[in-house]
Design a protein around this ligand. Structure first.
Ligand code: WTA
Length: 655
């Protein structure tokens, strides 16, 4: 980490906003003053200005029982009405909500009026299935408009969605369905990825099949969108085709208002233990900050902009900046089904040219993979419509930042590097594009209304010029309200790292430069960040150990040029297996195994078969040393190891 800090210190380039941009920007400098003068009043203003309240709230924040916050809690609203009907009622029904592009090149334009009708039909179908306030619905879909419609239909009923990323395996889907106790699953036969239909329905069938583990099955209905031409198995009485039931459903559905703290969704994310955490978000506060950040950070002008966030709806970025933020603001946005390089490496740039995208939001891992291919590919397309670029998911290195600005942004486009988490619900730290002079590689400043600090292990401020742990020191509207079904774990994980009350610990290291700007330095816990996706070392380790050949396993995140970090596993194989199988074959088998158990994103880049693992005298695996090996470095201090010789044996084995 120290070499990274040195490198960042060298960064002296500054890019102040262009005068013209600043003059026309949504966010003007006095916003910091207003928010600074009275944080709660500021958020109350945003909630009233940006959203429609069926019953106005009289109280902004109830923080009387920390860390359980209530925002706008005596107010009532309908989230789906805020994202749809009100735009139609305001005369914008003909505005395009979604410009959808399928991977094979098919496309659909969907207006706000059309999307509103579709959501009303789906809401009627779901009510027919018995879905009501508080019920959970799992969504396991590709990036098709039905995914957005499904989320909004669930929200419309005051029910709770749990979107599971389509790349997750049947096992991961099953554990999420079980944990949430979902009543309905919405899925598709499959979705296009890299030129072929990657199946989804079989994973649902497997997840809902009899597993002899005694866990009570909660799912009553499976609603299936037909996207590809895949044959699917069918369970009569449980499975229903979307195209058989949705178009025939009534288009009348009046949105009922629900309390601001009514749960909106659960989204599972990795923590430091093997069990994914169901992060719970509620309605009024979440939607306020989603709409506020989308409008101000991206300088959104809903009448003229074409916004494109490339994230999958299976991640928080897809929830907040595909579904809720853009639609609450009445924006027009691109939704793209496939991978960036199918059927050709310029696919994304082609989409930008085709739709005249003005605001583009993606992840550093994607930018770095485009850098590898070279600028000749994007140069073939007209990207001149772009006026703002965003980055999210992991630290963006200055080189990638500059490449993004020059090659994709034509040399003068502002970049917003946005730091946030599944738990924070919306952007927390970011430059404001018409105000902040940007620095390549720095996420810079907390947004107006957000309080961030960098502290040491005891919770004391480190001050400018120093590094430490990132904390959030005041509650914020889109904060998580808990971990589904586990309030204790919520308190322990996020709020008890320091003695200080009310400090939320994000798990990230950060540094404040001499100007007080923030530089994110990556996770400090046992959570990796692979291609902008959080994976826990413990989860992959338990998957490896579940394989019959494995005696013990340790997983580390090693830095990787393209994906930020890569999964590297060190595995001890049982004697009996080692004698019968060759190491290379076992390593391949284990990589596949993790892919099947958790999903392709968790598949280790490298599996090293070793004879021993480095442990302290108390038996704790020293991952720091394994990371040194995985990153090809000199192995660090081994004096606290129970057996100091072990690292040289491992290094030799890996070589
Ligand atoms: C990392 C994604 C540096 C960070 C929205 C955080 C970042 C984790 C940035 C959350 C950024 C996200 N700069 N690091 N701009 N944005 N991260 O929950 O480690 O998938 O804790 O949410 O991603 O990942 P999550």
């Amino acid at each position: 980490m120290s070499s990274q800090i040195d490198h960042l210190l060298d960064e002296t380039r500054r890019f102040p906003p262009a005068e013209e941009f600043a003059a026309a920007a949504v966010a003007q400098p006095e916003v910091y003053e207003r928010a600074g003068a009275d944080r709660e009043a500021f958020w109350g203003e945003q909630a009233r200005e940006l959203l429609h309240w069926k019953k106005p709230f009289t109280r902004v924040l109830d923080w009387s029982t920390p860390p359980f916050a209530k925002w706008f809690d005596d107010g009532e609203l309908n989230v789906s009405y805020n994202c749809l009907d009100r735009h139609v009622e305001a005369g914008n029904g003909d505005r395009v909500a979604i410009l959808w592009e399928g991977e094979p090149g098919d496309s659909r334009r969907i207006t706000y009026a059309e999307l509103t009708d579709e959501v009303k039909r789906v809401a009627n179908v779901l009510s027919g299935f018995g879905v009501g306030v508080g019920d959970r619905v799992a969504i396991y879909l590709p990036m098709i408009p039905e995914a957005v419609a499904a989320m909004l239909a669930v929200a419309r009923l005051g029910a709770v969605h749990s979107v599971v990323f389509g790349g997750f395996s049947a096992d991961s889907l099953r554990s999420r369905i079980d944990d949430a106790g979902a009543k309905v699953v919405i899925t598709a036969d499959g979705g296009y990825r890299k030129g072929r239909v990657s199946a989804l329905k079989p994973a649902v069938d497997q997840a809902l099949g009899d597993r002899g583990d005694g866990v009570q099955q909660t799912v009553e209905h499976v609603l299936v969108v037909k996207r590809g031409e895949n044959d699917v198995d069918w369970v009569e009485g449980r499975d229903v085709w979307w195209h058989d039931i949705v178009p025939a459903a009534s288009v009348d559905h009046e949105a009922q208002a629900f309390p601001a703290e009514n749960p909106l969704f659960i989204l599972y994310t990795s923590g430091t233990t093997g069990k994914p955490k169901g992060i719970l978000h509620t309605s009024g506060g979440y939607l306020t900050q989603a709409a506020y950040t989308h409008r101000n950070v991206f300088d959104l002008k809903p009448e003229t902009d074409v916004f494109w966030c490339t994230a999958d709806i299976g991640w928080i970025t897809g929830h907040t900046y595909v579904t809720y933020g853009p639609l609450a603001n009445g924006a027009t946005q691109v939704l793209y089904e496939g991978t960036p390089d199918a059927p050709h490496p310029g696919r994304w740039w082609e989409v930008i040219e085709k739709y005249g995208v003005t605001i583009f939001y993606t992840a550093p891992t994607a930018i770095r993979s485009f850098m590898k291919i070279g600028r000749s590919v994007p140069r073939k397309f007209d990207l001149s419509s772009i006026r703002l670029l965003g980055s999210v998911g992991e630290p963006i290195n200055p080189e990638a930042w500059m490449w993004y600005r020059e090659v994709i942004g034509g040399g003068d486009t502002p970049i917003v590097d946005t730091w946030w988490q599944t738990e924070t619900g919306a952007i927390m730290v970011s430059p404001l594009p018409g105000i902040t002079a940007t620095k390549p590689g720095s996420a810079q400043v907390p947004l107006p209304g957000i309080a961030i600090d960098v502290v040491d292990e005891t919770g004391e401020e480190v001050g400018n010029g120093n590094g430490g742990l990132l904390v959030i020191t005041e509650p914020w509207p889109s904060m998580l309200r808990g971990i589904w079904g586990d309030p204790e774990r919520y308190k322990e994980t996020y709020w008890e790292k320091f003695d200080k009350q009310g400090f939320y610990f994000a798990g990230d290291g950060a540094r404040l430069d001499e100007d007080g700007d923030l530089w994110l330095l990556g996770r400090v816990d046992d959570v990796m960040n692979v291609s902008g996706h959080r994976l826990s070392t413990a989860e992959i380790e338990s998957s490896l150990v579940a394989h019959e050949a494995t005696a013990e396993a340790a997983v580390v995140g090693a830095s990787d040029e393209t994906t930020g970090q890569a999964v590297v596993a060190f595995v001890i194989i049982k004697e009996s297996y080692l004698s019968e199988h060759d190491a290379a074959g076992l390593a391949t088998q284990l990589r596949q195994w993790v892919g099947e158990q958790i999903g392709a994103i968790a598949r280790p880049r490298d599996v090293y078969i070793v004879g021993e693992l480095p442990k302290t005298r108390s038996g704790k695996i020293m991952r720091r040393l394994l990371r040194d090996v995985a990153e090809g470095r000199e192995v660090g201090d081994t004096t606290t190891l129970a057996d100091t010789a072990v690292m040289s044996i491992i290094s030799a084995q890996v070589k």
